[in-house]
Design a protein around this ligand. Structure first.
Ligand code: JHZ
Length: 392
């Protein structure tokens, strides 16, 4: 049974950056549910993939050094541990992972044409399609079975998980490995990072809920890694149940114990989280309103999907955060969805005009604070809402 625990109000599509000031935009009521049987956390309103993942999708995985490093490190690990003949990435984005593999070795699947074109140009075989059984069958005809399937920050974006895993089942070799990486529900609750919820994030997985789901497909997790990326993610290493060659590590049991200790299997935990979200909203607004009274200028750093949730839930307008900056060409000179705050192109001097920086990309706090040492030296300060709103 699905039980609601959080209502984040009316939210526009997170990656639908506006071309014009006050451009009309549809908003959807974003409610979050906990399923008492499967323990899965998901959002209520499912927007069709075709509306969200368009031919001009603005998010690029390669825009931060942190993510580039993470993908590079993983590629080294994959080559060493699993030595795949063929690797297929579901949601290959701009090739941040596959570029670390040989062009004949890695295959991309990417529904957003602008991104698929990038990896095609790089010379990688790329299927510009959504992930379906039809596509899996088509790939199998050409490539045969695949020994390593990888997917980061993609499976949690697809509403029909049965279709997702049936398609994977069609392609994964008997001794193959599936690696799935997505934000961790446990970290989200611990950090009170409710901005992990937006229309694209249909699910927020826990090891408990994913284990329950995989059983239906005869798949099981054999190893798990906690990652710092995207504010705390989990990397699940998955195999066929009948494959006894790959041994299960102790980390799965440990992670499930930690999740149970925190109460991820209980509805009451989510009600507590919901209360903390309301408190966080009030605290962040207090900080920004006080700065406005003092005539301080605040700029948002990183026009993230997460920031869209914050702005729209807290009703933050350009009187509280004047602008955002970002390095992504597709976002520059456009406006934050739902809030008409203009996104400026990042340059080394841009922060000079501002007194405070709100970390829209708080998940890259280390990278950003290191890069912006001159701003800090001149007395500039950062604001974050994670784990609790404060000036740092
Ligand atoms: P970042 C997106 O979420 C959407 P977002 C998506 N649904 C998802 O699941 C995750 O990614 C993985 C910029 N930046 O990664 C680049 C700078 O400008 O937190 C990005 O626009 N300068 C697919 O949008 C944004 O910040 C910098 O120095 O929440 C970061 O977006 C750095 C480090 C980043 O994902």
């Amino acid at each position: 049974m699905n039980k609601k625990f959080l209502d984040l109000g009316y939210q526009p599509l997170a990656n639908n950056y506006l071309n014009k000031f006050k451009e009309k935009q549809i908003k959807y009521n974003l409610k979050i549910f906990f399923n008492t049987k499967t323990k899965m956390v998901s959002i209520s309103k499912r927007i069709p993939s075709k509306i969200m993942f368009t031919n001009n999708y603005p998010y690029r995985s390669s825009m931060s050094k942190t993510m580039q490093d993470s993908f590079y490190k993983l590629s080294v690990e994959i080559k060493k541990k699993f030595k795949p003949k063929k690797l297929l990435e579901i949601g290959s984005n701009d090739g941040a992972l596959i570029k670390n593999f040989h062009k004949d070795q890695a295959i991309g699947v990417e529904p957003c044409r602008n991104l698929a074109q990038i990896t095609k140009k790089m010379g990688y075989s790329t299927y510009n399609n959504y992930w379906t059984q039809d596509l899996a069958k088509k790939i199998e005809l050409k490539e045969k079975k695949i020994d390593l399937i990888y997917s980061a920050n993609t499976l949690s974006h697809i509403s029909n998980l049965n279709e997702v895993f049936k398609s994977i089942s069609l392609l994964l070799a008997a001794k193959g490995v599936l690696i799935v990486e997505d934000p961790s529900l446990l970290e989200c609750l611990k950090k009170n990072s409710y901005d992990q919820f937006y229309n694209e994030h249909i699910y927020l997985f826990s090891t408990i809920s994913l284990t329950n789901l995989l059983k239906k497909f005869d798949l099981e997790i054999f190893d798990i890694k906690n990652l710092e990326t995207h504010g705390g993610s989990l990397r699940y290493y998955i195999k066929w149940k009948f494959n006894k060659e790959l041994k299960k590590t102790k980390y799965i049991k440990k992670q499930i114990e930690n999740e149970k200790k925190y109460g991820l299997h209980k509805y009451s935990t989510y009600l507590k989280f919901s209360k903390n979200v309301q408190k966080s909203k009030i605290k962040l607004l207090n900080i920004l309103k006080k700065l406005k009274i003092k005539k301080k200028l605040v700029i948002g750093y990183g026009a993230t999907a997460k920031a869209v949730t914050i702005l729209n839930f807290c009703n933050i307008n350009s009187d509280l955060i004047c602008n955002f900056i970002d390095t992504t060409p597709e976002k520059i000179n456009r406006y934050m969805p739902g809030k008409n705050i203009k996104i400026l192109k990042y340059n080394n001097n841009i922060l000079k005009k501002y007194n405070y920086v709100f970390l829209g990309a708080w998940n890259f706090k280390k990278e950003i604070m290191h890069k912006e040492k001159p701003f800090l030296k001149k007395g500039g300060k950062f604001i974050t809402h994670v784990p609790t709103p404060k000036i740092i």
